[in-house]
Design a protein around this ligand. Sequence first.
Ligand SMILES: Nc1ncnc2c1ncn2[C@@H]1O[C@H](COP(=O)(O)OP(=O)(O)O)[C@@H](O)[C@H]1O
Ligand SMILES: Nc1nc2c(ncn2[C@H]2C[C@H](O)[C@@H](COP(=O)(O)O)O2)c(=O)[nH]1
Length: 228
Amino acid sequence: MTVIVLSGPIGAGKSSLTSILSDYLGTRPFYESVDDNPVLPLFYADPKKYAFLLQVYFLNTRFHSIKAALSEDNNVLDRSIYEDALFFQMNADIGRATSEEVDTYYELLHNMMGELSRMPKKNPDLLVHIDVSYDTMIKRIKKRGRPYEQLSYDSTLEDYYKRLLEYYKPWYEKYDYSPKMTIDGDELDFMASEHDRQIVLDQITAKLKEMGKLPEDWDKTTDIRIEA
Ligand SMILES: Nc1ncnc2c1ncn2[C@@H]1O[C@H](COP(=O)(O)OP(=O)(O)O)[C@@H](O)[C@H]1O
Ligand SMILES: Nc1nc2c(ncn2[C@H]2C[C@H](O)[C@@H](COP(=O)(O)O)O2)c(=O)[nH]1
């Protein structure tokens, strides 16, 4: 039984890989609240006003998801609570949160992490990070087509996305809640290429086998077709 958390910048392919991986392993996926998130469009329209509210919204949903996932112990999560502070700190660093909001946020996060540390299963089994360049990130954001995420929507988004990417390297290096691995999201087109999809799945299953989370002879031969 495994809990796998995915991480990576906006448009890296987390939701897509969550779907592929949960199908492949026969586990339950948890997706981020995006299309049903009432605060997200408000945030993009007025980031300074809504950065704190959006973060509390995401933190709350991520807390619910990770608690359920750790209890069920058979899940894949498309971004998790472990990545939450990366976003908020980045927004706070560019002046989108007051010092009171920052203090309140970290106190809330600390309380939530404390609660997780008292659960029978405390941590995920594996973090799968999807690494992408700025160009790939923008290409995927365009392909997905959410209006408020497009560079044409707000001239400051280019800087916002570039800055966000810079926060990922130190975050990944510091992450120590579970074993971790990286997928090359620039090179491996796991949406359009079945060959690349199999490479990604092989890399993840090899890691799970190495960790003793899958039997050495585990082999899934199901044909997986995902709509891009
Ligand atoms: N490896 C990939 N190769 C090509 N297109 C991809 C890849 N991963 C995702 N996409 C496409 O990019 C867009 C964003 O993917 P998504 O899974 O929503 O990313 P995330 O959840 O990380 O924001 C979608 O249109 C998806 O079909
Ligand atoms: N300010 C924050 N924005 C966030 C956070 N998590 C996600 N998001 C935004 C980024 C995208 O516009 C959208 C969906 O993210 P994907 O990476 O799934 O495409 O939501 C956050 O914690 N803070």
